[in-house]
Design a protein around this ligand. Structure first.
Ligand code: SF4
Ligand code: FE
Length: 483
């Protein structure tokens, strides 16, 4: 297993083609915009060595029998699924943000399960290929960026109907050595600080879309791959001196996403895990989405724990912590947070064994978890703004606070209760401002799939026929009784 420092050092050996703000970024590790994301992802390596978290942060490989970092593990039991949830909550508490490595973790689990079932039905040998890749990932303790969402073009059209034929990643050619792919993957979390990327289709495909039914893994610095890093709220504050104005200077506010372009990229056959088997694309999307939706009541509850702590601190610094309406609001935040966590634990405890022998979270419950996040996180953020007060939106800069002439006024007028210095009150306000604004909120809504995707799953997996039967039987409607 890699230590935190070995992970950071290993990134220096890669040479991905990354662009940000019109510039090619060569030194990823020392870039002010990427550093917080690297620090956050590095915590996923640290947990494997910390005696307190080792049990959660590691697992025994079912392939080699060796101890591995849990982020490269294939879940072998419901207990593994539950440990994942506990680990993610811990890391959310520690970083206050996204630590990115779960996308690849979920992609590994999804592709493992689907390649097994494809081989069973079609007689292909994808599972063996994938097993070799998984061993390589486990033995080198790699961070794998998972990518599903395509550029998508006209959302009303299928991949093969698009005016832009590259709106979804597709196979444009193949030869005896491998395939050539073209297209782009959007919102690629943690990519700039990953070693590898595992690509999956984004929708259920039909026969006409078979060239779009493709899954493969390549290093992030493969020829022809370009990553364009996205902006985030307040990102330029990272370039300033000092650490107050960014809020969470060490770990950042959200994962760090890129648009990854595949400009006719060669993928060798041993790294291809689906090649035109369109009838399995929907299964892969569903498996990945379920594994990732399982997480949201875990990482986001860890982050919510920090927001609750920040809100309670702001109330304390403002001198109103004991007010009954503040206590009520804190209780509400705690209730929402634990409700979310309950969902993640429940879908893990109710996990089922798949044909590959690995475990899979209950899909209906996992979708409920993610769907609740799209509502409750906004509510948790709203309450934090209510408790902290309007000052979080108007805090003067660190430069003014440290200014030799006007700084003293901020010391005097930004203070709440006299026991707490103005700087602490400003820091807590900044933390809330940055954790609950802009990019972080949108990620909670659309990360792991937009709310409509969860509603579709409810209707598909909610077994309405069974529920109709229950009701009709009790209502004494004999013709409709099936038993
Ligand atoms: Fe992991 Fe949560 Fe970030 Fe997804 S949003 S990668 S589950 S920390
Ligand atoms: Fe996410």
């Amino acid at each position: 297993m890699k230590t935190k420092q070995e992970y950071i050092d290993s990134l220096k050996e890669l040479d991905p083609e990354i662009y940000f703000m019109g510039e090619r970024i060569n030194d990823v590790v020392n870039n002010a915009h990427f550093k917080p994301h690297i620090n956050s992802a590095a915590e996923t390596y640290k947990v494997a060595f910390n005696p307190e978290t080792k049990e959660l942060g590691t697992a025994i490989s079912h392939l080699t029998g060796k101890r591995i970092n849990r982020f490269t593990h294939i879940h072998q039991s419901n207990d593994d699924l539950i440990k994942k949830v506990k680990l993610l909550r811990y890391l959310g508490q520690k970083t206050g943000t996204c630590f990115q490595r779960c996308v690849g973790f979920d992609a590994l689990n999804a592709v493992n399960s689907v390649t097994y079932e494809m081989d069973e039905k079609l007689g292909t040998n994808y599972f063996e290929r994938f097993t070799n890749y998984l061993k390589y990932v486990q033995e080198n303790d790699l961070m794998v960026g998972g990518a599903m969402t395509d550029a998508k073009g006209d959302r009303s059209k299928r991949p093969s109907e698009q005016n832009n034929p590259d709106a979804f990643v597709r196979i444009v050619d193949e030869n005896k050595d491998g395939i050539i792919v073209r297209g782009a993957k959007a919102h690629h979390t943690g990519l700039v600080n990953s070693h590898e990327m595992l690509i999956m289709p984004t929708v259920n495909m039909k026969e006409a879309d078979k060239d779009y039914s493709v899954s493969f893994a390549i290093p992030v610095d493969t020829d022809g791959v370009k990553h364009i890093f996205g902006r985030q709220t307040n990102d330029m504050r990272r370039k300033e001196d000092g650490d107050m104005d960014t809020g969470n200077a060490k770990y950042g506010i959200v994962g760090g996403e890129a648009l990854t372009i595949f400009d006719d990229v060669f993928v060798p056959w041993e790294r291809v895990f689906m090649c035109r088997e369109y009838e399995f694309s929907g299964m892969l999307v569903y498996r990945f989405a379920t594994y990732h939706r399982q997480n949201y009541g875990a990482c986001k509850t860890g982050v919510s724990d920090v927001i609750i702590g920040a809100s309670a601190s702001a109330a304390e610094y403002n001198g109103v912590e004991k007010a009954s309406h503040i206590q009520d609001k804190l209780a509400e935040m705690l209730h929402l947070t634990e409700t979310l966590y309950t969902g993640s634990i429940a879908c893990s405890a109710e996990g089922i064994e798949l044909p590959s022998g690995q475990y899979f979270a209950d899909p209906l419950m996992a979708n409920v978890v993610k769907h609740n996040i799209t509502r409750f996180i906004y509510e948790i953020y709203r309450i934090s703004h209510d408790i902290a007060g309007g000052y979080i939106a108007t805090i003067p800069s660190e430069k003014d606070f440290k200014h030799k002439e006007i700084g003293k006024y901020l010391e005097k007028y930004m203070q709440g209760i006299s026991e707490v210095p103005a700087e602490d009150r400003m820091r807590i306000g900044r933390l809330i401002e940055n954790m609950t604004g802009g990019t972080a909120q949108v990620e909670a809504m659309h990360g792991a799939g937009s709310p409509m995707a969860q509603r579709i799953t409810y209707l598909r997996s909610g077994n309405l026929e069974f529920k109709k039967e229950l009701a009709r039987k009790l209502a004494g409607i004999k013709n409709n009784e099936k038993d």
